[in-house]
Design a binder for this molecule. Structure first.
Ligand SMILES: C[S@@+](CC[C@H](N)C(=O)[O-])C[C@H]1O[C@@H](n2cnc3c(N)ncnc32)[C@H](O)[C@@H]1O
Ligand code: SF4
Length: 405
């Protein structure tokens, strides 16, 4: 870890440089910050009270506080993206001429690399991303910094009434050959910035439905392409494990010995959208399987030594289901035998009102909860899920509008 360095710049004041193995952060008077990956691509910034995060897909998420508890999150339009990148580059160009002291010599090439990644070049790289990846629709929050490997594309079910994340593509499993090519292209795209990422996420929506022999073949490719295991003493990039989504229907298809094989291949945690433990609401959501089957699948997965991430949908079922949604979801989760390795995510439902789910709810006489009621339900879930004594899973929020890859 290198110490923070300071450089006076007349038009600014003090400029600080935090140079780390896989990023550089520049800070103006410790008020405005902007960070870049090791090849010089803009990563993130905090400017005029707004947080910006740039995804590998080139889009930029802007986030800021609106009230003491509210947050605004949105993707920048293309003209806004250009304005932001031009602004950041103008700031770096203003600082560059002052990096003349010998002790700043290592910063100059970094800064020159940053200036070479202007808006036009960053924009052009988006087509490379889209040639390699289908859109990365969502990841669990603890995996936002994973390297996504699309072993499969899309969702094998794709019929949940509230979920439109994968409606733009057909489900497809890659062959070992095309998966290896996909991985090699990803490595080229990431370059040395792969060191910012510490895990591998098998995409897309439910890669673990891939039949076991094919899945093992694909995992073998992963092991041939990446070093997996604990961090290396020389800081060489090393992935701490493999992670993936699974829907409940798919979970039913694998046995304890299948999961043990997957654990031996480095599968560390499986994320499952239970959404609700209430049978009636579960049917309205048209999730595959049932809450009871989810409990059984989780118990099997945990027995194999793999952790789980269970996702619940706050606000699902509106006023009509609110009470039974909370009570039955908490009851099912309490029978899963979760421990401190597991995570429960609560995702606030985001729907347009004209989607299939909203229409079905409306036809049953239900109404969407107001934002304040959803927040109340989130708080109730948190309290009840943290209740039992003993090794408890982490309970955390999941906001699909906050995701960027
Ligand atoms: C890829 S899916 C989950 C994994 C797996 N396909 C399954 O269904 O169990 C990711 C999660 O995104 C969340 N999600 C999907 N659509 C959503 C929506 N409209 N509003 C809020 N969360 C949503 C759900 O909680 C879902 O479990
Ligand atoms: S919630 Fe999961 S299973 Fe349902 S459509 Fe979305 S990705 Fe597929």
């Amino acid at each position: 870890m290198q110490p923070l360095r300071q450089q006076p710049v007349p038009s600014i004041g003090s400029v600080y440089f935090n140079l780390q193995p896989y990023y550089l952060t520049i800070s103006e008077n410790l008020q405005h910050h902007y960070s870049f990956d090791p090849v010089g691509r803009f990563l993130s910034g905090f400017l005029d009270g707004i947080n910006y995060r740039r995804g590998l897909d080139g889009s930029i998420l802007a986030k800021h506080r609106t009230t003491h508890s509210g947050k605004s999150r949105r993707r920048l339009s293309e003209p806004e993206t250009q304005t932001l990148i031009d602004d950041v580059h103008g700031r770096v160009a203003n600082i560059a001429p002052y990096l003349t002291a010998p002790e700043q010599a290592d910063l100059l090439p970094y800064v020159q690399a940053i200036l070479a990644w202007d808006y036009a070049r960053l924009h052009a790289e988006r087509s490379t991303f889209h040639a390699i990846y289908k859109p990365i629709s969502i990841l669990p929050p603890d995996q936002y910094r994973a390297v996504v490997l699309q072993a499969a594309e899309g969702c094998s079910w794709n019929k949940c009434t509230f979920c439109s994340l994968y409606r733009d593509r057909r489900f497809r499993i890659k062959s070992a050959t095309s998966f290896r090519q996909h991985i090699q292209h990803i490595k080229q795209l990431l370059g040395p910035s792969i060191g910012l990422r510490q895990s591998l996420f098998l995409g897309d929506a439910n890669a673990l439905v891939i039949p076991q022999p094919r899945l093992l073949e694909l995992l073998q490719v992963v092991h041939e392409e990446f070093a997996l295991g604990p961090a290396q003493p020389n800081d060489a990039p090393c992935m701490k494990g493999v992670y993936s989504f699974l829907d409940i229907f798919g979970a039913e298809r694998k046995t304890l010995s299948d999961y043990r094989e997957l654990a031996a291949y480095g599968l560390k945690r499986i994320y499952i959208g239970l959404e609700s433990g209430d049978d009636d609401l579960f049917a309205l959501l048209n999730k595959p399987g049932s809450p009871q089957e989810c409990v059984q699948a989780v118990q099997t997965i945990k027995q194999a030594g793999i952790a789980v991430g269970i996702i619940l949908l706050a606000g699902a079922g509106g006023d009509r289901y609110a009470e039974q949604h909370v009570a039955n979801s908490v009851a099912h989760i309490h029978t899963m035998g979760l421990d401190a390795n597991d995570i429960i995510y609560i995702s606030a439902l985001v729907v347009s009102g004209s989607d299939e789910y909203s229409q079905l709810l409306h036809a049953q006489g239900g109404h969407a909860l107001a934002d304040a009621q959803v927040q109340q339900q989130l708080a109730t879930f948190k309290t009840l899920l943290r209740a039992p004594a003993g090794p408890r899973p982490k309970v955390s929020l999941y906001h699909i509008e906050e995701f960027i890859y």
